[in-house]
Unconditional design. Structure first.
Length: 524
């Protein structure tokens, strides 16, 4: 156990003796035990007194409820306390380091939130007259300029709502381009093993068949295998760079040249753009389309169901087929191009991705982040993200198996495997024990090319002190797993809930609460 500079030494749970036992309430200090809301209230009562209604005078006609609704009757304080207690059991980036690999769970500066809440941005409506939203259109136009400049591409579609939505946008543009050329027979999309899992799903959804391309022993695309498969039936390739093994695809320019020579297009999954922003322009590598997750690279909120934003940048070859709408400068004014116009431009657009123009709040946050950093600051973002990931990799490679440690420096994320753990122990045991250490587990069992994968992305927003604490926790758990510590098999021990059977929960989810026989009898 590390003692900090002040000499203070934290008390380990094992040192607390009987004090760590059960409590009458089930609470553990300020971590309050919380049952289901149905178990708190009583569906026979309400938290508010209502006067008896005039049933004879009801204006609901035959739509009046005939059976009890079955919801618990809670007072307002009981309801607020319930959801507040549940919220305290969530892990969040504002609580600690979030080591999810390939997800870039970085800190979102509060300045971004303040800007997004300014009047004129927070209350803007997509159906307002164009002359009343010139400021909002200016934000979209300026952000689009930055995205095109940073990627070295020709144009950008701002409307896609998330990464997978952006993938579909790019693939539909490729499909439209092939149809325009009279090559609709090209139905195969090549997807390397190191690509993101949504890539093959997107291609299949768009009507293409998917063929895998193997990875080399060092975790990169097998360029020879890919070029050997190119032919008149191949529409293109979907490649992730940096890839999901946390490595830069050094042969991407050669791959792009080969795909173009064979008549196909190159889609690059830009989810990991955070690792190369300001350092590498995908357009220089021959990429035809790439989505950018604003929440990963430019710090708009991530998770919680949205709203997401995944603008797609296009090469000059695919620009005519990009979706509508887009913002265009017309003198001192901005306008929205929302319809195909054969006499003007964009007559070959494949259509629209969404009803309106994209996520205004996300655009405002992303542009704020970009302007706060500037070009040199964005370059430092990538450099610090890569530095932090390599620090994690080198500090842990003597304890955890790092399958690609010999392939050179990693990019934004470090990958480990469960090789070398004691018999019967695996990645899941390490992940569950990390919960006891106060961390959300890293990404597990992905990518599939690494057995028992543990993918860690520290991002650029974590300090060395924060990384050292996480490294110490992961090292401790890994050493216990290598020593065969049986306590890991039942971890977590200090979380509000013990180890769950995630497989059973996913296959047989219980989505409706039903009272036990004793509870039903008591209610009667």
């Amino acid at each position: 156990m590390t003692i900090n500079q002040s000499g203070w030494k934290p008390t380990a749970p094992a040192d607390r003796g009987d004090a760590a036992g059960a409590t009458f309430t089930g609470n553990k200090a300020l971590m309050l035990e919380e049952p289901l809301i149905f178990e708190i209230g009583d569906d026979q009562t309400t938290g508010v007194d209502f006067a008896a209604g005039d049933v004879a005078g009801s204006r609901l006609g035959g739509l009046s409820r005939k059976d009890p609704i079955g919801l618990p009757g809670l007072s307002e304080p009981e309801t607020v306390r319930h959801y507040t207690r549940l919220s305290r059991q969530n892990y969040a980036i504002d609580l600690g380091l979030f080591p999810l690999g390939s997800c870039t769970m970085k800190h979102n500066p509060r300045l971004n939130e303040k800007m997004a809440r300014l009047p004129g941005f927070a209350d803007v409506h997509p159906l307002q007259p164009i002359d009343t939203v010139q400021g909002a259109l200016a934000v979209i136009h300026q952000l689009a300029h930055w995205l095109v400049t940073l990627t070295g591409m020709h144009s950008v579609a701002m409307s896609p709502k998330a990464g997978a939505h952006g993938e579909l946008c790019g693939i539909l543009a490729i499909k439209a381009a092939l149809a325009k050329r009279g090559e609709g027979h090209r139905k195969v999309i090549l997807v390397p093993e190191s690509a993101h899992g949504t890539n093959p799903a997107t291609a299949a959804f768009a009507g293409f068949s998917v063929e895998d391309i193997p990875a080399t022993a060092e975790g990169r695309v097998d360029t020879a295998a890919l070029t050997a498969r190119l032919g008149p039936d191949v529409a293109g390739v979907m490649i992730t760079n940096p890839n999901t093994c946390g490595l830069f695809e050094r042969d991407l320019k050669a791959i792009s040249d080969a795909v173009h020579a064979a008549g196909g297009y190159v889609y690059c999954d830009g989810a990991n753009f955070n690792a190369i922003v300001g350092r590498v322009r995908p357009g220089d590598l021959g990429v035809d389309a790439m989505h950018i997750n604003l929440h990963k690279t430019f710090s708009t909120p991530h998770g919680g169901g949205g709203p997401g934003s995944g603008p797609v940048v296009f090469s000059e070859a695919l620009t005519p087929f990009a979706p509508l709408p887009f913002v265009e400068r017309d003198g001192d004014q901005f306008r929205l191009v929302e319809e195909e116009n054969a006499e003007e431009h964009h007559a070959d657009s494949f259509g629209r991705m969404v009803a309106f123009h994209g996520q205004m709040g996300m655009f405002t946050r992303a542009l704020t982040y970009i302007l706060s950093h500037g070009a040199d600051g964005l370059r430092q973002v990538a450099e610090d993200a890569v530095l932090n990931a390599n620090y994690v990799l080198r500090r842990l490679e003597d304890t955890l198996d790092a399958p690609f440690a010999g392939s050179g420096p990693c990019m934004h994320e470090a990958i480990f495997s469960d090789r070398g753990l004691a018999p019967g122990f695996s990645t899941i045991d390490i992940a569950k024990a990390l919960i006891d250490e106060g961390y959300h587990p890293m990404t597990m069992y992905f990518p599939l090319v690494v057995h028992g994968a543990m993918l860690v992305e520290p991002t650029e927003t974590e300090s060395k002190a924060a990384l050292d604490q996480f490294i110490g926790a992961l090292r401790s758990v890994a050493e216990r797993a290598k020593a065969g510590d049986a306590a890991l098999k039942t971890a977590p021990h200090f979380a509000p809930r013990a180890r769950l059977d995630e497989t059973l929960a996913a296959r047989k989810p219980v989505l409706v609460w039903k009272p036990t026989a004793a509870e039903a009898q008591a209610a009667e």
